[in-house]
Design a protein around this ligand. Structure first.
Ligand SMILES: *[C@@H]1O[C@H](CO)[C@@H](O)[C@H](O)[C@H]1NC(C)=O
Ligand SMILES: *[C@@H]1O[C@H](CO)[C@@H](O)[C@H](O)[C@H]1NC(C)=O
Ligand SMILES: *[C@@H]1O[C@H](CO)[C@@H](O)[C@H](O)[C@H]1NC(C)=O
Ligand SMILES: *[C@@H]1O[C@H](CO)[C@@H](O)[C@H](O)[C@H]1NC(C)=O
Ligand SMILES: *[C@@H]1O[C@H](CO)[C@@H](O)[C@H](O)[C@H]1NC(C)=O
Ligand SMILES: *[C@@H]1O[C@H](CO)[C@@H](O)[C@H](O)[C@H]1NC(C)=O
Ligand SMILES: *[C@@H]1O[C@H](CO)[C@@H](O)[C@H](O)[C@H]1NC(C)=O
Ligand SMILES: *[C@@H]1O[C@H](CO)[C@@H](O)[C@H](O)[C@H]1NC(C)=O
Length: 479
């Protein structure tokens, strides 16, 4: 099919609309995971300015390589973390051993997350908690090798950019903070969303002496090594569309053949680029809006499927002026996550004929080829399950783990790789039917949050409260 490359390009554009992802220059792009997916963190400086004075920024002299004793492993870099002392009752305060809530940074600069993640600030007063936010290495202001350019230069410098180093960074900083603020017995609760939620889970499993418990929001820890079917992600996208509108679903399903047909015409590409002139950055809750637009499309003739799709995009994005080509400035997340997926975060997402998309199976060998040509090193698709586990999650964790909440919104495509069943009394799954990606840890809004979201958050906080009181009882008994 001579048009397949061209139509694949457009397929990617549509995928962008549909799955809230940024188009990448590479064709082996694994959707990034971030609680702040709608927010483009191109300019952290501006975002920093919106954070209130209650947040103080610090830098920790972090070790480059925690796992080797070679001389170069001892190099250090400045790692950023932010503390909010406003509610803190521990340390020298009246409420000794008050808890510490920690947001574990994910695949982007910390700046954007601080104002968006509400779970910490919304619950701090109830616990007199200290709030800590730690930036992930190689993002934002936490860059080794002196500059981003050096750090991202090649696989030799990128090699220290991985999840094991990142969670160990968090452990070091938290041990330091506990020491510094006289909080040795303060229980630590780690909180993360998406990739950060995976880090929170793994942190609790690896560092039980540092964190008492973890809230892992929308963490697809099972989307590795084919534990989850490869079409899981787009099956949920498909279901979301069907629920929002059956006609919308059918319109999109039919559009693929139409795109093929138009693209194969001599002038096909220019016709297509007139239809889809927008570079889309997609926001939350877009399904209804997008499909609302498609159902109500008055553009063109009734049969003009491409116009309907375009109308859907306009309904969602506004009729923005065009980017025929995606922007050339890539966000730190796009660049960083590309390395992460090309090394250990190999999340095999593909489509087959059970979704509303053209079948585009995940092809591991072409994925590996692409990564090798970019970085000269090969991804390790089995590493995450070898190092952290994942198979037989219930069988394994019910006898080993404790104090983890896996929260998911079932409208979130990544919930397909999440833990959705209770594993034990304290390793629990809290899912909401209409919830979306990381919704529970975003800032609460009393006037607009639906009851089920309020209930979900209350359930989570009560569970955490239970862990903390049990911990205090144990502490008292031991002293
Ligand atoms: C950071 O730690 C390294 C190694 O421990 C040390 O050589 C260096 O002086 C420290 N830098 C700062 C700014 O404390
Ligand atoms: C990466 O760059 C450094 C500095 O230029 C060089 O010494 C090193 O050999 C390079 N590594 C690879 C894998 O190309
Ligand atoms: C979008 O804008 C273009 C030109 O600015 C206009 O021709 C077109 O009708 C608009 N489309 C919609 C759906 O509003
Ligand atoms: C989907 O593909 C499978 C296997 O390739 C085939 O058996 C099945 O008939 C196909 N279903 C549809 C609806 O095309
Ligand atoms: C996967 O990609 C490779 C090229 O890297 C190609 O040779 C192979 O045919 C592809 N497999 C499938 C099932 O498409
Ligand atoms: C798991 O247990 C929690 C707390 O006991 C409960 O709220 C939740 O509904 C349970 N989840 C499932 C999937 O049964
Ligand atoms: C989820 O949303 C649908 C459609 O908006 C609604 O009909 C349903 O009652 C909701 N379910 C819950 C559990 O909130
Ligand atoms: C809460 O939601 C309402 C209604 O959507 C909105 O007008 C208001 O600005 C929101 N408040 C905050 C603090 O975000």
């Amino acid at each position: 099919m001579h048009s397949s490359i061209a139509s694949f390009q457009w397929l990617l554009y549509i995928f962008t609309v549909i799955s809230s992802l940024q188009v990448s220059a590479t064709r082996f792009n694994i959707p990034r995971l971030s609680p702040t997916r709608g927010t483009i963190l191109q300019n952290p400086e501006i975002l920093s300015a919106t954070i209130s004075e209650d947040f103080q920024t610090f830098y920790y002299n972090q070790t480059l390589d925690h796992f080797n004793y070679r001389p170069e492993s001892y190099s250090t870099f400045q790692q950023r973390y932010v503390i909010n002392f406003k509610y803190w009752g521990g340390g020298a305060g009246a409420d000794a051993n008050a808890p510490i809530f920690v947001y574990l940074g994910a695949e982007g600069p910390l700046d954007g997350d601080i104002s968006i993640i509400g779970f910490l600030t919304d619950n701090a007063a109830r616990f007199n908690a200290l709030l800590v936010y730690i930036e992930h290495r190689y993002y934002g202001k936490s860059i080794p090798f002196g500059s981003r350019e050096e750090a991202l230069k090649n696989a030799s410098t990128l090699g220290y950019f991985n999840s094991a180093q990142a969670v160990t960074d968090y452990a070091e900083i938290l041990l330091y903070i506990k020491e510094k603020f006289n909080a040795r017995h303060s229980p630590v609760i780690v909180i993360g969303g998406s990739y950060g939620g995976m880090l929170a889970t793994w942190f609790r499993l690896k560092y039980p002496h540092v964190a008492l418990g973890a809230l892992a929001s929308s963490a697809p820890i099972l989307y590795f090594d084919d534990i989850t079917p490869r079409n899981g992600y787009y099956s949920i996208v498909t279901r979301d569309f069907r629920e929002a509108s059956e006609t919308c679903y059918e319109t999109i399903m039919k559009s693929w053949a139409e795109i093929e047909k138009v693209a194969s015409k001599p002038d096909g590409l220019s016709i297509l680029s007139k239809k889809f002139r927008t570079y889309f950055v997609v926001l939350q809750n877009f399904f209804n809006m997008l499909c609302g637009g498609i159902d109500g499309a008055a553009l063109g003739t009734d049969n003009d499927i491409l116009s309907k799709i375009f109308a859907g995009v306009v309904a969602h994005e506004g009729n923005m002026s065009c980017y025929v080509n995606p922007p050339t400035i890539e966000s730190e997340t796009t660049v960083g996550w590309r390395w992460q997926t090309c090394s250990e975060m190999v999340i095999p997402i593909g489509t087959d004929n059970t979704t509303m998309f053209q079948p585009a199976p995940f092809n591991l060998s072409s994925f590996i080829d692409g990564c090798e040509s970019l970085y000269g090193v090969s991804p390790r698709p089995h590493w995450v399950t070898a190092y952290y586990g994942g198979y037989d999650i219930k069988l394994i964790l019910q006898r080993f783990a404790s104090n983890i909440i896996f929260s998911n919104g079932l409208r979130d495509p990544y919930s397909s790789g999440g833990v959705l069943e209770n594993i034990s009394d304290s390793v629990v799954a809290i899912a909401t039917i209409n919830g979306s990606h990381c919704l529970d840890i975003l800032r609460a809004n009393q006037s607009s949050d639906p009851d089920w979201l309020v209930t979900q958050r209350e359930t989570e906080i009560e569970i955490i409260e239970g862990w903390i009181s049990k911990y205090y009882a144990d502490l008292k008994a031991i002293k």
